[in-house]
Design a protein around this ligand. Sequence first.
Ligand SMILES: Cc1cc2nc3c(=O)[nH]c(=O)nc-3n(C[C@H](O)[C@H](O)[C@H](O)COP(=O)(O)OP(=O)(O)OC[C@H]3O[C@@H](n4cnc5c(N)ncnc54)[C@H](O)[C@@H]3O)c2cc1C
Length: 375
Amino acid sequence: MTETADVVIIGGGAAGCAVAYYLAQSGVQSTIIERAGVGNQASGNAAGGLNPLTGVGIPGPLGSFAWECYELHSDLHEGLVQDTGIDYQHRTVAKIDLALEESDVPVLKESASRIDAAEGFKAQWLEPDDVAKLEPRISKDIIGGLYDYGNTAADGHRLTNAFAAAAGNKSGSTVREGNVRSLEGSSGKIDRVILEDGEISCGQVVMALGPWSRRAESWLGTYIPVDPLKGEILRLKLDGPPIEYDISGAGAAIYPKLTGLNWCGTTEDWKGFDLNLSEDVAKLIRKRVGRVFPALENAELALHTACLRPVTPDWLPVLGQAPGWENVYLATGAGKKGILLSTGIGKSVADLMTTGETTLSIQGYSPERFATRLD
Ligand SMILES: Cc1cc2nc3c(=O)[nH]c(=O)nc-3n(C[C@H](O)[C@H](O)[C@H](O)COP(=O)(O)OP(=O)(O)OC[C@H]3O[C@@H](n4cnc5c(N)ncnc54)[C@H](O)[C@@H]3O)c2cc1C
């Protein structure tokens, strides 16, 4: 039997569920198709930082959009928690970026003045004694650090599920378990989504397949250059008082969570779709973390995860109408920032689908920039 939906969203990660959420705000019902559980891939295992001031393309072509996404997160979180009962732990965090080499110092000091100038943020350079006063368990081998406050963070798995739940509450949107095999249509319109176990006829389609987006190249006959960048994280238990700061330096990053676990990582490996947990990578993470926070080097392991970031050649997202298709939209390519960018991805794509325009700064992210027909 053929099922029907106004909008089918393929992929129940942060991107797809955020599109469903913002469509629902305009009264549009959607069906999210997800084969591995909502938020169970990168969106559920990301570190969850919502930092709009650092990362590839910031400052630069991602800067304005990242800031808008950060503000959208701050605006929506209270209502989203109230509406769904899902506390996704949106909170402001303090961070210390440590300098272990002299060459780190000018870079961090330059960042300090830029971050300090951003609305709602505070940043300052700290000498080793000041760092030790904040967190005495940090290595004594540091030569200083950048303290900043104002960045926010969230639990990506809960946030993704909150988006999906709120879309259900508002417009009756649903999640359907299933593996999409292809799309069918003609004259520039897709009218059926073909699954392993059935098909859905639909008015519009959103492609939010994350790192698996290239799978849709043959379905749509267009180039969608999104490649998987593997990242592993160790969740470590630490005896003693909880760490109160996100800490980074010497290739290590430590994200203390409200659960009491310290998420440590993160790595970047181009290994195709390999999702195996690597013992060598686990050792490397422990070694790097031990250099900045020795007590964590041999801390008890609670969980080791691996997942894939969806990365484009220019490290910018791919948002908007698919070239050559009247009713297909791409919502992918968020790279290392997909939890932060989820709000802007969801809102801009929903705006384009419902009104044909958006006020968000997505110029330069159009799928057209990669458009080469593959037929
Ligand atoms: C180690 C690590 C740390 C990170 N830290 C941060 C961070 O601190 N802050 C931040 O903002 N971002 C972070 N990221 C990046 C972030 O996780 C990603 O950018 C984001 O999760 C991408 O979301 P997505 O919805 O596009 O993809 P995904 O979460 O991968 O979702 C895509 C979904 O599509 C489904 N799917 C694919 N093909 C099909 C099909 N044919 N049929 C049905 N379903 C399908 C998949 O099962 C998957 O659930 C991190 C990533 C990693 C790996």
